[in-house]
Design a protein around this ligand. Structure first.
Ligand SMILES: [Zn+2]
Length: 181
């Protein structure tokens, strides 16, 4: 077999070439699989900490955490006091963590004492959609992002003036963007 000390270098080339071809084929196949998976499942799923970038342009899709996916996609509710945005008091606006649409403003935020960010009204009536909450009958309505359909929270009729509404929103469904005024 290959016992000669000095085999012709081109005797080994076919092996090396074949190995490279196999590696290239494997990578290509894996890449194609990833592409197919991406097409089928939409945005990437990750269990890592939130790296959702500020979405000033509102067009980039951020990587969402499992918590964010559970809320925005599946309608889950975060644990109270689990989001730092429950305590956020700076001037700014609150954007949908999935699509970047501005859904609430700091000027409309108040401390409801419930552990969730609360607002008396949306940033714009067209920024959100309300729908009956079947599980809670008429006590509240579900609030979703009008742009992407992501679940944000619920709205109740026990809020303060001037609207009397309490938009009880999951902080993990929001990205806070501080502004100067
Ligand atoms: Zn959205």
């Amino acid at each position: 077999m290959e016992t000669r000390a000095e085999p012709q270098s081109d005797r080994r080339n076919p092996h090396q070439t074949r190995r490279r071809l196999l590696a290239a084929a494997g990578l290509t196949g894996f890449g194609a699989l990833l592409t197919l998976t991406g097409w089928r499942t939409g945005p990437p799923r990750t269990a890592g900490p939130s790296t959702a970038a500020p979405l000033a342009d509102g067009h980039r899709r951020p990587r969402l955490t499992q918590t964010q996916l559970a809320i925005l996609r599946d309608g889950a509710t975060e644990e109270p006091f689990s989001s730092p945005l429950a305590y956020e008091e700076r001037v700014g606006h609150y954007d949908c963590a999935r699509c970047g649409s501005t859904v609430y403003r700091a000027a409309d935020k108040y401390d409801s004492g419930t552990g969730w960010p609360a607002f008396v009204q949306p940033a714009d009536p067209e920024a959100i959609r309300r729908s009956p909450e079947p599980k809670l009958e008429d006590v509240s309505q579900q609030v979703t992002c009008a742009r992407c359909g992501g679940h944000l929270g619920r709205v109740y009729d026990d809020g303060p003036p001037p609207t009397g509404r309490r938009h009880c929103i999951n902080g993990h469904a929001l990205v806070f963007i501080a502004t100067d005024a």
